[in-house]
Design a protein around this ligand. Sequence first.
Ligand SMILES: Nc1ncnc2c1ncn2[C@@H]1O[C@H](COP(=O)(O)OP(=O)(O)O)[C@@H](O)[C@H]1O
Ligand SMILES: [Mg+2]
Length: 332
Amino acid sequence: MRAAAERGAKLTDLLLSFSRRQRLEPKVLDLNHTIANMHDLLHSTIGGSVQIETSLADGLWHALVDPTQLELAVLNLAINARDAISVGGRLTVSTNNATLGEPASAEEPAAGDYVEICVSDSGSGMSPSVRARVFEPFFTTKEIGKGSGLGLSQVLGFAKQSNGGVRIDTVEGRGTSIRIFVPCSDLAEDRAETAEPYDGGAPRMPARILIVDDDDAVRQIAADILRDRCYDVVEVGSAGAAFGVLQSQTDIDLLLLDFAMPGMSGAEVAQRIRTRYPKLPILFVTGYADRTTLAGINEAQTIGKPFRSDDLCTKIASALNRDARGIAQQTA
Ligand SMILES: Nc1ncnc2c1ncn2[C@@H]1O[C@H](COP(=O)(O)OP(=O)(O)O)[C@@H](O)[C@H]1O
Ligand SMILES: [Mg+2]
């Protein structure tokens, strides 16, 4: 069931990145590192008869780009390359500094300096009619069950949303090179740090979390995850009940609040809670549809549905760390 849910979440992500509404978190990156770190992943995904080579440029500029989406894009290109190669073919992933002139097609970025990642294969190449349609979502020449037709849609959507672009060079029967261009960063010294992974420990044990969600199943899952991680959990199914709990229990450390509930919106509930308990950290659980109404709410204070347990725990741990805790002392 988890695999099915994660597949669903991944598909949604692909569609969002195609429609360029993915929430990107750009970081300053040395893409030579990124590619080198993908070595094992590429080998295990592509595997077998295809030889993978890398060619990483010296003195590569730093890029400003979302690392997760970039890795997904490279993986999508590599999978396409593998599919195009017959036994014994070669796949090369390379990096380069690129200074581009005026774009030759809508997919290419505006003139300027970019960091380039190129995936080349010695495979089938594309006919002009295929080439013309490759970025269409759901366009695939692969048999049912093999291709989703969303790989290159993700690549282009992500590259464009990152203020970069894509270029395809292909010769039928000879092979294909696809280049992703991403903006370079001026902040070379500001070396990228990756988000610190959840270390498994809650800041104050046991922190007490109030979960407010009208959907029994969602609330139950969140509660189970948090109890597993040794949090103390109180669950309620409505905003009214949440106010009741906050009045009677003064030791709530954090509120996990469904943004969209019948009756009062999450924003209204939050507003009222902030007035009464200004220091109580709130983490909003949001669906994609809520995002427009979320303007003004910090990303660190939201977690999108469906969430994975590690993501939930990371957000909760950092919310607990960041905010002053204990509403008991300052209210009521
Ligand atoms: N490296 C490549 N060599 C030849 N054809 C390719 C290559 N990459 C993509 N294509 C063509 O573009 C189509 C769309 O690719 P993509 O969006 O990744 O969807 P999918 O891989 O699921 O078919 C593929 O079905 C294939 O026909
Ligand atoms: Mg593909």
